[in-house]
Design a protein around this ligand. Structure first.
Ligand SMILES: [Zn+2]
Length: 384
């Protein structure tokens, strides 16, 4: 092994910024994935690299959640450096440690729509998280692959028999939590302050109730909150910048200028945000981007795109036979699906990060519920 793997560059304390969630206890204990021993942190490296391969992005970000017990079972680690490393990552907040990680992990998955990397079937959580039933789109299992690598395989979560759902009093549904701002009742606490703009945290749920993670008290509702998407600017196979856009935003991707607002685009709905690539991309690549290359509109239910470059922007879309490229329309806005990739110039692309719009999450849950219904609530056996 050459240079040590830079976990810090791939872990984020903020699930809003991540490409996927990692059930770290599940991954570290999965002996099928690689290095011998009951527990190994190197399995996290393999999983991050597998996600990077899958998304064609060397700089993927994951939000990792672990049980506090994960690093206390010291004798189970063959490599003692793993324990130091895990302790460092947990203390710096890059690994979120919780007494019991599964429930909070699923809360975050439900709020963000982020993919979850895990083998776990979460059977005990099906009543509280009915969207697990019939879900075939949001869970990825790591599998050992040739060359001591790992690949990620889409999972069918199946349908488990569960008792009647126990919603619990005062527990808002996950999409409602995301659709609101929250405020800590502790006067000096600004952790969830809506004036942070795009940096506003998603609340942590304690037993289903939005709560301050510092003060562990229930948060107060502070009004409606815009849905958010994140767009990644990639140069080759490396993310060089992440743009966070609220629903209701109109933006134009172009070569120069500051990341600032300019005057209205004539459609009467206010300002246009300039997303300038200069300074983010190497000069040669930035020079290939038009002054106004791509129009982006974020709606509560979808991201829509329009080419402004006279036909130089291309769209890659997954499909039968692996997908393909087509010219992006300059006439009619095109909906940007979660797996679409937009090419602004050769080697310069825009892709969506893992986080999804609440309307998209709701739509995928509707599909999962229909699938669960179709299967009649039976147990399909293996869901791995
Ligand atoms: Zn607080």
């Amino acid at each position: 092994m050459s240079a040590p793997f830079a976990y810090e560059r791939h872990l984020t304390a903020r699930p809003e910024q991540a490409d996927a969630l990692v059930d770290l206890s599940d991954v570290v204990r999965d002996a099928r994935l690689g290095p011998p021993g009951a527990r190994s942190l190197d399995r996290l490296r393999l999983v991050i690299q597998a996600l990077g391969d899958r998304l064609r992005d060397r700089w993927v970000l994951v939000h990792a959640v672990a049980d506090q017990r994960l690093r206390t079972a010291r004798t189970e680690y063959r490599d003692r450096l793993d324990i130091d490393q895990l302790e460092r990552l947990a203390k710096s907040g890059l690994v979120t440690e919780l007494p019991d990680a599964d429930g909070p992990l699923l809360d975050v998955a439900g709020m963000t729509g982020l993919p979850v990397i895990s083998h776990d079937r979460y059977d005990a959580f099906r009543a509280r998280h009915p969207w697990l039933q019939g879900n075939t789109t949001q869970f990825l299992a790591p599998r050992a692959a040739p060359g001591r690598t790992v690949r990620l395989v889409e999972r069918d979560m199946g349908v488990r028999r569960v008792g009647a759902a126990a919603p619990g009093r005062g527990r808002p549904a996950l999409p409602e939590v995301v659709a609101r701002h929250w405020r800590c009742p502790e006067r000096a606490c600004s952790l969830y302050d809506r004036r942070r703009g795009e940096a506003v945290l998603l609340p942590r749920l304690l037993d289903g109730v939005p709560s301050c993670e510092w003060h562990e008290v229930p948060l107060a509702d502070d009004g409606p909150r815009a849905a958010v998407v994140q767009l990644k600017l990639l140069c080759g196979h490396e993310t060089v910048h992440r743009f966070t856009l609220d629903a209701g935003t109109t933006a134009v991707l172009g070569r120069g200028g500051d990341d600032r607002e300019e005057d209205g685009d004539g459609d009467g709905d206010g300002t246009v945000r300039m997303l300038a690539v200069e300074g983010l991309l190497p000069a040669a690549e930035a020079g290939r981007i038009g002054g106004r290359q791509l129009w982006i509109r974020v709606e509560p239910d979808a991201v829509r795109l329009l080419d402004l470059s006279g036909g130089r922007t291309r769209l890659w879309r997954a499909g039968p036979g692996g997908g393909g490229w087509s010219a992006l329309s300059g006439e009619r806005p095109v909906e940007m699906r979660e797996t679409d990739v937009v090419e602004a110039a050769p080697g310069v692309t825009l892709a969506r990060a893992g986080r999804r719009l609440p309307a998209e999450i709701a739509e995928s849950w509707r599909r999962a519920a229909a699938e669960a219904e179709r299967r009649g609530g039976g147990d399909p056996g293996s869901a791995g």
